[in-house]
Design a protein around this ligand. Structure first.
Ligand code: SF4
Length: 254
């Protein structure tokens, strides 16, 4: 069973290495973290006030009833096909597997069939993950995946042991070609972020590191971006904007 919060697109990838690329997003429900430190306040369907990340509706199982349960990967492909029917038959749109934490489904057969289907058909497939869960690479198609690994720092308020999995980071970077790390950072967290990021990258194979400004409105992005750009320049990291937020703020499904 694949529990999917939403499938939307075509839109553009708003952040990371493939920013600007036309993509369809498949957002899985559930996460192994809650990242209360990200400070987004919301009220659950049963009326409890909580604080978490901006995709709380794909994380908090109180929203489970709003997720769609797909028994087979073909049902997911059929839904995506409806969305991309505007394209000529040979256009291969990028597929972004996101969440929540999609790697919670890594050991499910239908999840693997979904990945294999899109890789075999010639699509670029990105997995957006917190990279904290253990995973094995057993098939060649898995090595064609692009992992966009948003490793959480101490400002997420998740415990260090849980959020930094050096074995998984090493395994992904060794088995795939262009996978990378990305970190969302605000003005008030620059020094700690610098220390924590350097600690992580000193223990794993070399890869691109993208820094992105914190914020879920264009205004907040503007307030944070210059400091984050300077931090990228000073440390040899890459800066990446968050295009979807600049254009649509935190509106869902675009
Ligand atoms: S890991 Fe990502 S999706 Fe999960 S709670 Fe943290 S920010 Fe949200």
């Amino acid at each position: 069973m694949l529990e999917i919060n939403e499938i939307f697109g075509p839109t553009i990838q708003g952040e990371g290495k493939l920013v600007g690329t036309p993509s369809v997003f498949i957002r899985f429900g559930k996460c192994n973290f809650s990242c209360e430190g990200f400070g987004v306040e919301y009220e659950t369907p049963s009326g409890i006030k909580k604080c978490a990340c901006d995709t709380y509706y794909a994380v908090d199982t109180e929203y489970k009833d709003t997720w769609t349960k797909y028994k087979t990967y073909e049902e997911v492909v059929a839904k995506v096909d409806e969305l991309i029917s505007i394209y000529p038959y040979n256009y291969k749109i990028d597929i972004v597997i996101t969440g929540g934490e999609p790697l919670l489904y890594w050991n499910k057969q239908e999840f693997q069939k979904l990945l294999e289907h899109y890789i075999s058909a010639g699509h670029k497939v990105t997995i957006e993950t917190n990279a904290s869960l253990n995973l094995n690479f057993e098939h060649d198609y898995q090595k064609e995946l692009l992992f966009s690994m948003s490793v959480k720092l101490s400002n997420s308020l998740e415990p260090l042991k849980k959020r930094v999995n050096i074995n998984t980071l090493t395994s992904v970077l060794t088995n795939t070609k262009e996978s990378y790390l990305k970190f969302v950072i605000g003005k008030d967290f620059l020094n700690d972020a610098k220390k924590e990021i350097n600690q992580i990258i000193s223990s794993i194979p070399k890869c691109d590191v993208y820094l992105m400004p914190l914020g879920d409105t264009a205004d907040q992005i503007n307030k944070n971006c210059e400091d984050v750009i300077n931090m990228a320049i000073e440390n040899g990291f890459k800066y990446c904007d968050r295009l979807h937020i600049r254009v649509w703020d935190n509106k869902r499904g675009v």
